[in-house]
Write a new protein. Structure first.
Length: 226
């Protein structure tokens, strides 16, 4: 991984052009799919050891940060911010269509309306918590990524700037989401701690994936093969 890290350290972000747009669109599509699925199923809490709890979509949501770090590394700060904002727009659009589907009159042969509404419907608190946490957490992840890139160790090691920025963004993201969405309905400190510890483990385990994504992106772009 050292050789790959050295090559990635020396490679500067590339501008979006027709020749590398395919790579950007692929990464953007995967990121958007992950945040939509996380938003749709994020209200379920799963049991963890030691009496802790976490969102059922913690893995898919953490993967979105891996994709965001890859985009930041390949295409720079502006492209990463664009991806975050498009992700929020996609979540809002999906919720709008979910709500429309819920409120359209059900056919006589459809007997699962209540379950359908419970699964895809979202309370105002969940939406506010999820969207606020997403917007603040992912933008903070981008800021942290480039701040670490300006340091000696962060500039040399892709894993460090990706891992460190994920942990910073997720600390704020987790605190905001759990507090807004579950205050009064779940033990806040235990749920925040459980969710964040799971994210810490997942962020560490997923670190090699950012090398794979960035390596694929560099190989697939003419600019990255120079």
């Amino acid at each position: 991984m050292t050789g790959a890290g050295e090559r990635m350290k020396q490679a500067a972000p590339v501008a979006l052009t027709d020749s590398n747009m395919r790579v950007f669109v692929v990464l953007l599509t995967i990121h958007t799919s992950l945040v939509i699925s996380s938003n749709a199923a994020g209200s379920k809490l799963i049991a963890l050891p030691l009496g802790l709890a976490a969102s059922a979509t913690v893995i898919s949501y953490m993967l979105s940060f891996v994709l965001l770090g890859s985009i930041a590394e390949l295409f720079g700060r502006a492209a990463a911010r664009l991806v975050v904002n498009l992700g929020l727009a996609a979540m809002a659009l999906s919720v709008g269509f979910f709500e429309l589907a819920i409120h359209l009159p059900a056919a006589d042969i459809w007997t699962h309306q209540r379950a359908f509404a419970e699964v895809l419907g979202s309370s105002l608190r969940l939406l506010l918590g999820g969207w606020t946490a997403y917007l603040v957490g992912q933008h903070l992840d981008v800021v942290g990524f480039f701040l670490l890139k300006r340091t000696r160790l962060g500039g040399e090691q892709l894993w460090l700037r990706s891992w460190g920025s994920m942990l910073l963004g997720q600390l704020v993201d987790t605190t905001l989401f759990i507090t807004i969405a579950f205050a009064g309905a779940a033990p806040l400190l235990r749920t925040i701690l459980g969710q964040y510890l799971v994210k810490l483990v997942i962020a560490t385990a997923m670190t090699p994936l950012i090398y794979a994504a960035v390596g694929w992106g560099r190989a697939a772009m003419p600019e990255g093969r120079r």
